[in-house]
Design a protein. Structure first.
Length: 176
């Protein structure tokens, strides 16, 4: 399993959220690497990372950042690889600042943007891009979608069988 996805984040305080991307890529058996790289604190390191990523075999970059969130946009400016931006919820604007910074890229340099804290979807989107040229990944994504559908069907069956009160109580017990 080669490393095909680069997951970068502006701070280690983003790791809790970005670990959702790591987890789903592990579930899909896709190789990835992780790094903390800040567009404003370590701009030169970001330049080296973005310029060298494709040459090292990285095919897609997932970049998470909070606040003014320049990391995904600057990365996309430095490489031809697809870049997926994850707005991280933080500070007084609770991620809305990062969402707008990332989604409102001026024309010419695209960044695909997922929801605030949507790192799991970022991982899944990266997997779907890889699946265009990898049938094994495509099969694992199909199985993942089928399992998600089956889980919903099972919940619906249990809700009908238990009734809403018992189901809610059971949910309360599960969440601790
Ligand atoms: C951004 O500022 C990071 O992406 C992070 O979301 C936010 C806060 O960083 P720390 O002050 O926790 O390092 O650059």
């Amino acid at each position: 399993m080669g490393t095909t996805i680069g997951i970068i984040m502006g701070s280690d305080s983003d790791l809790q959220v970005m670990s959702d991307a790591c987890r789903v890529l592990e579930e899909l058996d896709i190789g990835f690497e992780t790094a903390v790289i800040s567009a404003h604190r370590t701009p030169h390191r970001l330049i080296s990372y973005a310029e060298q990523a494709a040459g090292r075999g990285i095919q897609i970059v997932i970049a998470g950042a909070g606040g003014a969130a320049q990391l995904p946009g600057v990365t996309a400016a430095l490489t031809d690889l697809p870049v997926i931006g994850v707005p991280i919820r933080s500070g007084s604007l609770e991620g809305f600042d990062a969402l707008l910074s990332i989604v409102q890229m001026p024309r010419g340099i695209p960044v695909a943007t997922v929801a605030i804290n949507g790192a799991r979807n970022a991982g899944l989107l990266a997997a779907r891009i890889l699946a265009l040229s990898d049938d094994a990944v495509r099969a694992r994504i199909a199985a993942y979608r089928e399992a998600a559908a089956a889980a919903v069907e099972e919940k619906s069956r249990r809700l009908q069988a238990a009734g809403y009160r018992d189901y809610l109580n059971e949910m309360g017990r599960r969440s601790g």
